[in-house]
Design a protein around this ligand. Structure first.
Ligand code: SAM
Length: 306
């Protein structure tokens, strides 16, 4: 049913944007002394080999995280991201020693406190099995739960999140679909619309590809409209590494790229955040120019945060 495998794309520039944003969100949200529920609706396998067949075949990490690790940076969030990856690689930040790349579940788990909870959903049978096995190794018992369920549907049952000991409810929801089927764009929109009704104060982070496809192009505008209808703030950040651009296949689908058949395919992606922490804009304004400098491939490269 699903042909998309994140292993081809782990550590590419889109992951870099997504995971740096995720770290910035979690760093802020875990400062408050009340527990947090994190829901990752499209979790992937959790851990990826950068020296394995998938990564070697696509070469995407070489132009993403592995290139970033060769650079010096003083940016705090990029430094935290590098340190995070080092924790999965015997403490090394040197690119040649980086063999394992953590996906969103593992980046999140590293930043959680004892009372925080992580709820993961993954539909692909192989990635689900890998995720379940990887999470078992963490031995964190009830803090992390993994289910082979549709993340869009299951989100409904988790909102609003349970009350913390102080009586407040806090949640971060990451929605990171493969967009393998074009209905994913509408599903994201419906999921956000429904989630805002159930829990308007949650922080919602959505990744999307910037490709010449109407559904993708319109998604940030539609999410911004949903946020403003709910009276909530919205932030939109994009990273474009420029260069060759997307080699759309004849039928104009994103699937070829997403299955790893089109190397260097995607050149830009974005993150939409509803209820962003007040610190997020400044954090991304500082980090994204460095990402463009280090990952940029030429014509069209750039970033936006607004
Ligand atoms: N969030 C992960 C990360 O940052 O490391 C990457 C996730 S990848 C882009 C999207 C994943 O969603 C794929 O592993 C795919 O199998 C899975 N998937 C696709 N449709 C799904 C659905 N309806 N519910 C849950 N998972 C789904």
């Amino acid at each position: 049913m699903f042909s998309y495998r994140h292993g081809f794309h782990a550590g590419n520039h889109a992951d870099v944007l997504k995971h740096i944003t995720l770290i910035a969100l979690l760093q802020h949200l875990t400062q408050k002394d009340t527990s947090l529920t994190v829901i990752d609706t499209h979790a992937g396998a959790g851990l990826y080999r950068l020296d394995g067949d998938y990564a070697n075949q696509s070469g995407e990490a070489d132009e993403g995280i592995l290139r970033l690790l060769k650079q010096k940076t003083e940016d705090e969030t990029i430094t935290a991201y590098r340190a995070m990856i080092a924790q999965f690689n015997s403490g090394n930040t040197l690119s040649q020693d980086t063999k394992v790349y953590p996906g969103s579940p593992f980046i999140t788990q590293k930043l959680l406190r004892y009372d925080d909870r992580l709820r993961l959903f993954e539909m692909h049978p192989n990635d689900y099995r890998a995720l379940e096995g990887n999470v078992e190794q963490l031995r964190v018992n009830r803090q992390v739960a993994v289910k082979r369920e549709d993340g869009f549907e299951s989100l409904k049952s988790l909102l609003p999140p349970p009350k913390s000991a102080t009586g407040s409810r806090r949640a971060l929801v990451l929605i990171d679909p493969s967009y393998e089927i074009k209905t994913d764009y509408q599903k994201v929109e419906l999921a956000i619309q429904d989630a805002l009704k159930r829990f308007a104060t949650g922080c919602y982070a959505v990744w999307y590809p910037i490709i010449p496809r109407q559904e993708a192009h319109g998604l940030p505008r539609r999410l911004k409209t949903l946020a403003s209808q709910a009276g909530k703030p919205f932030l939109h950040a994009t990273l474009n590494v420029g260069g060759t651009g997307l080699d759309m296949d004849a039928v104009g689908t994103f699937a070829a790229h997403r299955t790893g058949n089109v190397s260097r395919g995607l050149s830009a992606s974005g993150m939409c955040i509803i209820n962003p922490p007040h610190t997020l804009k400044a954090t991304l304004d500082a980090a994204l120019p460095e990402l463009v400098r280090y990952l940029g491939r030429g014509k069209g490269q750039g970033f936006t945060v607004d």
